[in-house]
Design a protein around this ligand. Structure first.
Ligand SMILES: *Cc1c(COP(=O)(O)O)cnc(C)c1O
Length: 365
């Protein structure tokens, strides 16, 4: 018998979340499904395959991820969110029909000098205040002209910016960024794109021509308060283990490394076959929610590499081999992340190969 640890991804949940994103975006807008970082840890090719019928384009981090989409047979436009990392990447990008986000002067010069087999699609990245990547607003018009004149650049050049604080629905930074974006590209032709998941759901003015949802496609809230708004999002990934031991301890007995938690009374404590070696956060403290045999309970003591202890008080019908759900439908990944001092994005991206990925389709007959 295996230890029963696995990450199960429901392809139907991905499709349902994409429908919710489309619904929020409205008919006339196009949607770039963000599948960077191995589909937020869910498995790039499988995720993209599930989203393909409803996505107008995909967005990834680098050429390797884009080539993986092509190898999976997907012909969609694929946007490289950081553009080329070197001049050598321009020709393969053009051949593969990729689109490049251009954020630095060297990339503009490389494109202006390039003679590519096909003209390449380009997005001009505007730094409207996040101060990570992009051209300052005052440089946009000149940069646009240089790109639009380059023979290797396909028309039209798009405009793209990234929102730093859209996850907080009360933060005035988002409106400042949108105003800066509109002023920077005023009067220039070409599609606009600003909205990540939080923008799409929380800031209608950020939707423009193309929306770029990521985290919501995987079923987690993009908002810092963990609320999912009105979007009917379903966590696509379930991190599952099983009970490998049930022990009774006396009042006052400690559980786990460092003896950080003690039984407040004589009680049953379960041991679940998931640990930080499976991507469950070691910083999830006692009290973090978990489900055992379909009933909500809590983690007790420190998370080990291969195991975590759980409170079995008040649970019924619990025996060795009972299923445990560390996050998924019923145990919101946002709640687990908040307890562990992180965000659902990081939980997903940190699931290593070990627990294995299993794909299901809850809508398939
Ligand atoms: C990751 C990313 C997104 C998607 O963000 P979510 O918060 O996951 O929706 C959109 N745009 C850019 C440029 C990104 O890097």
């Amino acid at each position: 018998m295996s230890r029963g640890a696995r990450a199960t991804v429901d392809l139907a949940a991905l499709r349902a979340n994409l429908r919710a994103a489309r619904e929020a975006a409205g008919e006339q807008r196009r949607l770039m499904a963000v599948v960077k970082s191995d589909g937020y840890g869910h498995g790039l090719a499988r995720v993209a395959g599930a989203l393909a019928p409803g996505a107008d384009a995909f967005a990834v981090t680098d050429l390797a991820e884009a080539m993986a989409l092509r190898s999976a047979g997907l012909r969609h436009p694929v946007v490289l969110l950081q553009g080329p990392f070197s001049t050598e990447e321009l020709a393969p990008a053009a051949e593969q029909g990729l689109e490049l986000v251009i954020h630095s002067a060297w990339q503009v010069e490389a494109l202006a000098a390039a003679r590519l087999p096909e003209p390449v699609g380009v997005w001009l990245k505007v730094d409207t205040g996040m101060h990570r990547l992009g051209f300052p607003p005052e440089a946009v018009a000149d940069t646009w002209r240089r790109l639009a004149e380059a023979p290797s650049v396909r028309s039209e050049v798009g405009f793209l910016t990234h929102l730093a604080c859209a996850d907080d629905r009360d933060d005035p930074m988002t409106e400042r960024q949108l105003a800066a974006f509109e002023a920077a590209c005023a009067g220039l032709p070409g599609p606009r794109s600003a909205a990540n998941s939080a923008g799409l759901l929380g800031w209608p003015a950020s939707r423009y021509d193309w929306v770029r949802p990521g985290i919501m496609l995987y079923g987690a809230s993009p908002f810092s308060d963990g609320r999912r708004g009105h979007a009917p999002l379903r966590p696509a990934m379930a991190l599952e283990g099983q009970l490998v031991a049930i022990n009774r301890h006396a009042a006052g007995e400690p559980v786990g490394y460092g003896a950080t938690w003690r039984c407040p009374e004589a009680m049953p404590v379960g041991v679940v076959s998931i640990g930080y070696g499976d991507g469950y956060p070691r910083h999830a403290p006692s009290g973090t929610p978990v489900q055992v045999a379909g009933q909500r309970t809590q983690v007790v003591g420190r998370v080990s590499m291969d195991m975590v202890a759980v409170d079995l008080r008040g649970l019924t019908g619990v025996e060795i081999g009972a299923p445990a759900l560390l996050w998924g439908e019923g145990v919101p990944p946002e709640e687990v992340a908040a307890a562990a001092g992180t965000i659902a994005y990081e939980l997903f991206c940190r699931v290593p190969p070990r627990p294995g990925r299993r794909y299901t389709d809850s809508e398939a007959g």
